[in-house]
Design a binder for this molecule. Structure first.
Ligand SMILES: *Cc1c(COP(=O)(O)O)cnc(C)c1O
Length: 395
């Protein structure tokens, strides 16, 4: 059964695998752990290869379990199709390599996932693709950075790790006027809270590793599209470059996706409580969370998102030495990078996820030495607050 467009995100997450008609009437999608599929006859095999018959040939080209996941994420993102990849970076690299050519120009958010920046600055530049990094939450800066040769505007919002919020509808309009495509890395918000295709984006990429899978046990990614031609182009790039997902990984993510809404609701409720508690704490100099009314993009986030997310950043008084003390003192929060799992993670971007950036790039992206990033899990908020309180206590 494919649900009608009117159903809510939790119904979509559960019922969008496809026709759902599995062998023996299995309720859960089976794991098709196979590299190849057999053909009924020589004629059918030839027809499959000509693209005249729909069916599976070889798992790098397509697999029923992977397809169930693609259908589910496409439905959650309000897209028409999706391509599952071996990691979030495989989604981004397939998009960029599949779309761009020598001489093209990219405008990208300053505070973007570190390896995305490395991909543009150190890899694609060797193929004659230029990039400009701007604070995309400043719409005027985006307007100024777009050039006649700009092929792609790549946005991450809320930004990693600064949590600035970019006005997606305004940026989509600017990109369209320039004849550029707009892609959004929607990993931080997840489709439960934000659907960029509804706001004018052409492509969404995900690290499924994070909130969508939600259990810190899989690395995978997804490209979501609304345009059939772009789907064809990127499907060809993906199956040729080879960064496709393994069926077992796809199944694990599909299982995680079913509870995305429940987990996001719990994690973001905790994020709000933790952000409010931290803001009132005398050991804390500043807190950034889009759900706080004094966040510079609070109203914008309210307009384009269905919640404020589960990421919180804060800076303690006392700079890096205070950061080290807190990171070494937490007991319930786990000191580790990544995000979106059931367990709350805490990390220091300047020396961890964003350590590979130049000092200038880090400064321009607003990642100071005192910035601590919290990725809320689904534990009880009171327990997380108690843990942070003891870590922030004097002495
Ligand atoms: C983790 C992450 C990625 C990369 O995903 P992988 O699955 O680790 O390759 C991309 N974008 C954002 C925002 C991320 O958090």
């Amino acid at each position: 059964m494919t649900p009608p467009d009117s159903v809510g995100p939790n119904t979509r997450a559960v019922h969008s695998e496809g026709d759902g008609e599995y062998k023996h009437r299995a309720v859960s999608c089976p794991i098709y752990q196979t590299s190849a599929f057999s053909f009924d006859s020589a004629e059918v095999g030839a027809s499959l290869f000509r693209g005249e018959t729909q069916g599976f040939i070889y798992t790098r080209l397509g697999n029923p379990t992977t397809e169930a996941l693609q259908n589910t994420i496409a439905a959650l993102e309000h897209g028409s199709s999706a391509l599952a990849t071996a990691s979030g970076m495989a989604a981004t690299s397939t998009l960029l390599v599949g779309l761009l050519k020598s001489g093209d120009h990219v405008v990208c958010s300053h505070a973007v996932y570190g390896p995305t920046r490395v991909l543009l600055e150190r890899e694609l530049v060797r193929f004659g693709i230029r990039s400009t990094f701007v604070e995309t939450s400043d719409t005027d800066a985006v307007r100024a950075a777009l050039e006649p040769g700009t092929r792609l505007l790549f946005i991450e919002t809320p930004a990693n790790p600064t949590l600035t919020v970019t006005d997606l509808a305004a940026c989509a309009e600017l990109a369209r006027a320039r004849g550029a495509l707009m892609a959004v890395d929607n990993t931080f918000a997840s489709p439960y809270l934000q659907t960029p295709l509804d706001l004018g984006a052409d492509v969404v990429v995900h690290s499924l590793t994070k909130f969508i899978n939600g259990h810190s046990d899989v690395v995978a990614g997804m490209i979501v599209l609304r345009d059939r031609d772009l789907h064809k182009r990127l499907r060809s790039a993906l199956t040729t470059l080879g960064g496709t997902v393994d069926p077992h990984q796809a199944w694990l993510v599909l299982r995680g996706t079913k509870t995305l809404g429940l987990r996001m609701a719990q994690a973001q409720a905790s994020a709000q409580k933790v952000a409010e508690r931290l803001r009132g704490h005398k050991a804390v100099a500043w807190v950034s969370y889009p759900g706080l009314p004094d966040h510079p993009h609070h109203e914008r986030a309210r307009r384009q998102m269905r919640g404020f997310g589960a990421m919180v950043c804060f800076g303690p008084h006392g700079g890096y030495p205070a950061v080290q003390r807190i990171l070494n003192r937490v007991r319930l929060c786990t000191l580790g990078v990544s995000l979106g799992g059931v367990e709350t993670l805490i990390q220091h971007p300047a020396t961890m996820t964003h350590a590979s950036l130049s000092d200038e790039a880090r400064a321009a992206a607003g990642i100071g030495p005192d910035l601590i990033r919290l990725a809320l899990g689904i534990e009880d908020a009171e327990d997380l607050i108690a843990d942070l309180d003891q870590a922030l206590a004097e002495g």
